[in-house]
Write a protein that binds this ligand. Structure first.
Ligand code: HEC
Ligand code: HEC
Length: 232
């Protein structure tokens, strides 16, 4: 525990001025997962400034936010409110992915606003649904399964997976199935939001997906992900 705290403090020292008091206190809060209420969002970003700043991101997230590696999510067309929230969570070390976390720690609030505006303005490239698995996925996506208390995904993510920008519910269309499978599995296992010490954290709305993902079987997750990859 002492060691874990020291590691966390070292990371906090690295974060320097970009750490908000909220983030620090959440890292050290004892007991149950602390819901993370994002700091007031900065003003809407600038798409052109974001395009310049996105050069470094394109190494993994692809040209115009269309990734070619299925483990790295596409960001094209994602709503800016969701992207901003996720970048704040990465920067604070609450969504502690070892590849993405170091990319976020140096971003200012203005960078985050500009990058989010830029990716929201890009067009998602078409991916195809996997013909062998998508039918069960389509049924669950549009109708859910009331016998297992699974709501229709489209209620929040929209009929063609464009998400709900007003509520910051993410778009899922044209996303790589490999990435989507990892996220749904992580929600179910409580691994999507863990801090630098490995302790569970939470995002503002993450509990919704944790509850839903726990009700999905591995087959459901595969079928949904391969179907959603073809949505547009
Ligand atoms: C070295 C590769 C790499 C680079 C460079 C990179 N990312 Fe990422 N990014 C990732 C990976 C891997 C994930 C998925 C993490 C996970 O599995 O949870 C990710 C996830 C994200 C997400 C979450 C997407 C979602 O749907 O929840 C956002 C937003 C994001 N990155 C933005 C950026 C921005 C902005 C930059 C440039 C400043 C950037 N990334 C640079 C690898 C990278
Ligand atoms: C009640 C609204 C609601 C319903 C219904 C819902 N979701 Fe979500 N979903 C959310 C919210 C909110 C988030 C973002 C939560 C967070 O991590 O902060 C999310 C996130 C996700 C993500 C992560 C996206 C990314 O880019 O990392 C996936 C994948 C997902 N949902 C799939 C599904 C599937 C599949 C279903 C149907 C079985 C579903 N959702 C039903 C609200 C919902």
């Amino acid at each position: 525990m002492l060691y874990a705290k020291r590691v966390a403090w070292a990371a906090v020292a690295l974060l320097g001025l970009s750490v908000t008091p909220l983030a620090v206190s959440s890292v050290f809060a004892a007991g149950a997962p602390t819901p993370i209420v994002p700091a007031p969002l900065p003003p809407a970003g600038n798409v052109e400034a974001g395009a310049e700043k996105a050069a470094v991101c394109s190494a993994c997230h692809g040209m115009n936010g269309n990734s070619t590696n299925p483990e790295w999510p596409s960001l094209a067309g994602q709503n800016a409110a969701y992207t901003r929230e996720q970048l704040l969570l990465f920067r604070a070390g609450h969504r502690n992915d070892p590849v993405m976390y170091p990319m976020a720690i140096g971003l200012t609030d203005e960078d985050i606003a500009d990058l989010s505006a830029y990716f929201a303005a890009q067009t998602p490239a078409g991916l195809e649904a996997d013909p062998s698995h998508w039918q069960n996925g389509a049924r669950l996506y549009h109708h859910g399964d009331s016998s297992r208390d699974i709501p229709a995904c489209q209620a929040c993510h929209g009929p063609v997976g464009r998400g709900n920008p007003g509520a910051a519910f993410p778009a899922l269309q044209a996303q790589h199935a490999v990435y989507t499978i990892k996220q749904l599995t992580s929600y179910a296992d409580g691994q999507r939001y863990v801090d630098l010490t490995g302790k569970a954290t939470q995002s503002r709305n993450g509990h919704m997906m944790t509850t839903i993902a726990k009700r999905l079987t591995a087959t459901d997750i595969r079928d949904l992900a391969t179907y959603m990859q073809g949505l547009r």
